[in-house]
Design a protein around this ligand. Structure first.
Ligand code: SAH
Length: 370
């Protein structure tokens, strides 16, 4: 088992070094706590150092290894020789009138991703990315317009949370996580699962699994794999249409999947984890927001234990889709609620800072290209 996990560690290093510039070092949060225990072992440090180091890394908002004052000087030096605290840097920070914050983050190979911090009464939610770009082909989404560049590593996923955590006041802390930024999270499960584990771990951020939501375009095999992790993470599926004909037009990958097989997989997710699945539905004016669509959606989801979250389309400059009026969105929600499907309309956060996923990166990449 130890050899297996060592090999795994080496394999991960190789994957990571493939995306790293020659002289850049591995971020410390890229290691799981078990891997850090092994590192301590091979550096003649006691195993309890791993927990100590993690407490500093995730809980104390430090900016250098020297600040880990109860970790021996020798150990801090060893850490500094092999790791960096951050491999990413913030290249732009936007703050909205509602105090939503959005970061444009540059990765070590010069690629960019986005992450967002949302503040609500008693709640601090972070929204993070899992890939550079996206291959799913949703026609209304800014994230996929430039295609998929690459997966993020576990460290790059976690660093977004750590960077956002450092924007908070001393007395504020992150209470919720949504994996709804750039990319398809379930297409990068191998990096996402260790990141979620670290955030869930009491020596990490200690976030409850139910407070972590992973949003997927709906990849049935990956939904099953995610269910087998055995934690009650909240799963949100981006449905956006009540039938395959319309969904094929809006979500390119649906051609090879189909709604039926997604619902079979989410049914298993519910049975295994006990978590009710949320279905996200972007309302596109005149396209999928008619009363007939709402009635079809009721028929489709009635047999499932479903919750629907309606998202009025966030306008993307280069795309011609529009959002419905607030009244029309509410009418759509009312039909669903009357039909026995619990439905909410998502509140818009950070409207004045391009906070919807992929928009800031898109602006950045296009300004590079012109
Ligand atoms: N790949 C994942 C995560 C995507 S982002 C998924 O498909 O779920 C999270 C949600 O935002 C998805 O439901 C996505 O379809 C939605 N979204 C993307 N672009 C949008 C836009 N312009 N307006 C409103 N919602 C959008």
């Amino acid at each position: 088992f130890a050899l297996e996990s060592q090999l795994d560690c080496i394999r991960r290093c190789q994957v990571n070094s493939a995306i790293r510039t020659p002289n850049s070092m591995r971020p410390l949060c890229d290691l799981s706590r078990d891997e850090l225990v092994q590192w301590c072992h091979s550096h003649s440090q006691p195993a309890y150092r791993a927990a100590q180091i993690w407490r500093w890394l995730f809980g104390k908002r430090i900016s250098n290894f020297e600040s880990m004052c109860d970790v021996s000087g020798q150990c801090r030096q060893q850490l500094a020789q092999e790791f960096v605290l951050f491999s990413t840097k913030i290249v732009e920070r936007r703050t909205a009138r509602d105090r939503t914050e959005k970061l444009l983050v540059e990765l070590c190979d010069g690629q960019h991703i986005e992450c967002v911090l949302m503040r609500e009464l008693g709640r601090r939610t972070v929204c993070i990315s899992t890939q550079v770009g996206c291959a799913m082909g949703c026609v209304f989404c800014a994230s996929g317009l430039l295609g998929l560049k690459r997966n993020l590593s576990t460290g790059e996923i976690l660093e977004q949370v750590l960077q956002l955590d450092r924007l908070l006041e001393r007395n504020e802390k992150i209470t919720n996580l949504v994996v709804m930024g750039i990319g398809e999270p379930l297409a990068n499960l191998q990096a996402l699962i260790p990141a979620l584990n670290a955030l869930h771990d009491n020596f990490g951020l200690g976030l409850g699994a139910r407070r972590m939501t992973v949003s997927t375009v709906g990849l049935p095999d990956k939904i099953r794999e995610f269910a087998n992790v055995g934690k009650p993470y909240t799963l949100a599926v981006s449905l956006h249409a009540p039938n395959d004909e319309l969904r094929n037009e809006l979500v390119a990958v649906n051609e090879n999947i189909g709604i039926r097989s997604i619902l079979e997989a989410t049914d298993e997710y519910f049975k295994k984890t006990g978590r009710r699945v949320t279905y996200e539905y972007v309302l596109l004016s005149g396209i999928n927001d008619q009363p007939t669509h709402a009635h079809q959606l009721i028929a489709l989801l009635k047999p499932c234990n479903a919750h629907v979250n309606l998202i009025p389309m966030n306008l993307v400059e280069s795309l011609s889709f529009d959002k419905p009026t607030e009244r029309k969105a509410q009418q759509f929600a009312d039909i669903l609620n009357r039909g026995g499907i619990t439905t909410t309309v998502r509140k818009r956060k950070g409207a004045d800072i391009d906070a919807a996923c992929g928009q800031l990166r898109l602006t950045q990449e296009s300004s590079f290209r012109t």
